[in-house]
Design a binder for this molecule. Structure first.
Ligand code: IMP
Length: 193
């Protein structure tokens, strides 16, 4: 008997995110075909990426026939910026970018930062919204370093990889430890069970 794969939609316009998630789906042998879908998503401004993700997911309801998910991430410079840019990450990336963040930091010996990711899934068989999260801690690089990845990757040095930014490692290495990789592994384990 042929083993038909189910379809699951990832709603995003971000090709980098899609590529990261597709790679992990393929390496984990998930019994789902992942399809990128670009539909109108409404955004709200709140202080939590969980609320942003939940609002986005509900704004898509009725536009997709099947199970689908979105992913929302934030970059938080805990020391010395008290969590900035956080939920404003996208706007800050578009306006001052990585060099702008570096200019806000005086003492690079004492930085601390993290990325958080929320995957919000509408799972049709259960008619339910489900959430999966991941966080990674690290510090800020003194300079913009590396050609890979996207967004704030060139200024983030994860604690578990000594002195390399996310932009200096491969997608597979990033997926192994990243906020998105962790959230996705939880989603995959849900889909497998
Ligand atoms: P969003 O999840 O697309 O809203 O992401 C918010 C901002 O954080 C955007 O500017 C992204 O480029 C950036 N961002 C999201 N995920 C990552 C990541 O894995 N590495 C670096 N920057 C990221």
């Amino acid at each position: 008997m042929r083993n038909e794969k189910n379809i699951i939609y990832f709603v995003t316009t971000n090709e980098n995110k899609f590529e990261e998630i597709l790679k992990l789906f393929q390496s984990e042998n998930v019994n789902y075909n992942l399809i990128q879908l670009n539909v109108e998503v409404n955004e709200i401004q709140t202080n939590s990426i969980q609320e942003v993700a939940s609002f986005k997911l509900n704004s898509i309801k009725g536009q997709v026939d099947g199970s689908y998910f979105i992913e929302d991430a934030g970059f938080f410079v805990d020391i010395p910026l008290n969590g900035f840019p956080g939920v404003y990450s996208s706007y800050v990336m578009k306006t001052i970018g990585n060099n702008g963040i570096l200019r806000l930091i005086d003492d690079f010996e004492k930085t601390s930062a993290h990325f958080s990711s929320i995957i919000a899934l509408y799972f049709k068989p259960l008619d339910k919204n489900l959430f999966f999260e991941g966080t990674i801690h690290g510090k800020i690089s003194k300079t913009v370093r590396g050609e890979r990845g996207f967004g704030f990757d060139p200024i983030f040095i994860p604690n578990s990889i000594s002195n390399k930014t996310f932009a200096e490692i491969s997608t597979e290495e990033k997926n192994n430890i990243s906020h998105r990789g962790q959230a996705l592994k939880k989603l995959i384990s849900f889909l497998k069970n």
